[in-house]
Design a protein around this ligand. Sequence first.
Ligand code: NAD
Length: 496
Amino acid sequence: MTKTAAPERTPALNSATSAAESYEKLALYIDGEFIAGDRKTQDVRNPATGEVVGKLPHATRADLDRALAAAQRAFGSWKHSSPMERSRILRKVAELSRQNAAQIARNITLDMGKTLAEASGEVTSCAEHCDWHAEECRRIYGRVIPPRLPNVRQMVLREPVGVCAAFTPWNFPYNQAIRKIGAAIGAGCTMIIKGPEDAPSAVVAIARMFHEAGLPPGVLNVVWGVPSEISEYLIKSPIVRKISFTGSVPVGKQLASLAGLHMKRATMELGGHSPAIVFDDADVERAAKLLAAFKFRNAGQVCVSPTRFYVQQKIYDRFMAAFLENTRKVKVGSGLDPDSSMGPLAHERRVPAMEQFIEDAKQRGGRIETGGERIGSVGNFFAPTVMTNLPDDSLVMTSEPFGPLAPCSPFKDLDEVLRRANSLPYGLSSYVFTTSTKNALAAQNGIEAGMVNINHFGQALAETPFGGVKDSGIGSEGGIETFDGYLTTKFVTQMD
Ligand code: NAD
């Protein structure tokens, strides 16, 4: 077991350091100690080259038990900590995130593949998430209810739920983790988090910054391993009172059922299949440009990525010409190359997943207007792809592609497009381009989704709630709703 009392910094960057040398020193973080060595490890690979950049230690059963015991013990005092103290630590982590953004971003690009610009943006926007939680945790209020008798006092108290277990994915490895950690710590809960084994550097960096900020041992613990084994063990433990998961709908349903079986609260931020609707009164060229940029961000591996493009008949050809032109400008390459605007897919298993969508599309009479195949034989690069002429029940129109695929289809009128937009069990995000207030109002009232973006992309800010409806999840992260899932309600009535 290797323990470091003080946070171990990764070597400073210079042009001579290799990817593996400069990469985060991977570790478990349990009860205030960074632990590596004497454990089974898993290779972490750069998806642009296939090169191994790190070895991730897996937690043993004893590690998990130790993390559970530490989180339980720490909860005993952390729940009584002052909101000022919680706020101070969260603010410090925001500051450290900004200071270390270049190094953290480079490591995210190395293990996850997104471009450096996207990775840096993720880290700095997460500093805002920390600041937001630091501010809002000072405003967790209860209330006093007017009594029926003069000698009675009735109060509603909001209390931290207890030890939380979080499971976060690889597509926004920093963002998905910090939103859960910020909410738990700000509310006075303690947490055990299992981040993404494919892209673990961001979660280790977060633990190092909380450690440096003076978070007491046991309040935050980081474990790694086989996802299903860890989640099952933690969710079944009577110590854990709440779980939070971000990932696919099928896994979310499994974890939610397990949580239900053991009567644990659950926040679920699951997959989506977001419609992008362009009405014939829209600024067509602007819509095409914005949608192409947004579609291929993070190689389409975004739960709120637009994944079904419905374009009104009258402007369909014009939109398609502009959308294709913008798509063909996307420069695919290593995320470390400043000229790249789209990196590789995060894992090699995502390439056959894309090929399956393309194969189904071809069989269903779809036309591949651009892209449609892997690029090169080194790394997991896949071409930005636009497809047309697909039936609504084809695979890509019904299952979340989670990649750089954009199926486009014409529509006739408002009723038809709302029916098609709401036809899937998903309900995460949606996008509408129109200059008509009638269409805008009909869309915001009629679309079954947790988020509706009209004429721009404005979601996922620290101050706005993020979450889905239907199969896309339960609960919100961010906004003033951010602590709801981490607090219980206690009613107190007292008579003289
Ligand atoms: P996957 O479903 O195997 O894994 C998705 C994420 O869930 C990973 O981070 C994984 O570690 C975790 N996971 C899987 N099984 C788990 C379990 N039993 N307990 C705890 N965590 C578990 O798929 P994948 O190939 O890694 O990713 C592809 C799919 O995942 C996509 O189709 C997409 O739907 C989904 N996904 C969604 C998001 C999101 O932000 N909602 C993020 C990443 C992946």
